[in-house]
Design a protein around this ligand. Sequence first.
Ligand code: DC
Length: 231
Amino acid sequence: MIITIDGPVATGKSTIAKKLAQAVGYIYYDTGAMYRAVAYAALQKKIDVNDPKALDELLKDFDFRIKFNRGERGYYLNGQDITDAIRKEEVSNFASKVSAIPQVREKLVSLQRQLAQGLNAVFEGRDMGTVVFPNANLKIFLTGRDDIRAKRRFDELRGKYPEETKDLTQEQVLKDLHERDEYDMNRQYSPLKKAEDAFEIDTSDLTIDEIVFKILECRDLAAQAAKKKKQ
Ligand code: DC
């Protein structure tokens, strides 16, 4: 069984996917981390991502792994721990650009489908319900008001990187968030959009537990609908 969660920046996708996966005993995948890892590698190696040959080389060597250490997940690229590095603003902004390139999407979509083989899993990203798993058993699309999303992201960044974000303002975070959403929604390939058969949940005024509860209700509705369709 596959559950997909899509939605714009800072709607709580990762936190919710993690909590939901725990509640139902599934594995969860944060596919944004893969796009971030490609962006990180390109920045590190100073690769021109518009050069298809150079990008091809980078993708050929792309060995992305998730490892668990005392319950915490760590992301590794070719053996290097990149868990924290891929959350920095520079990588976030470049990940949005990199994820618009068809060559990158092809590679990562194929990896994501391989990962899902024979698993019960929650996959979280932007095109999970529309492109990667069009036949998912349950599709969720999360939304949230701008002010709430900006505050969430601002608090997260300030908490994680107090030194680097000393001069950061919530207005700047809101601007970056808009830019990334615009880019993700308007790119030519696999733009961010709600799948027709996805349940939409506005997360602005709900706690994480309330959202997970709502998703479990949606799961029951989806199961009933699937049963009816079979009869
Ligand atoms: O969810 P995130 O912020 O970690 O994602 C980083 C970037 O990757 C974001 O700009 C959108 C892109 N992305 C994507 O295009 N498709 C996905 N399935 C996941 C993320």
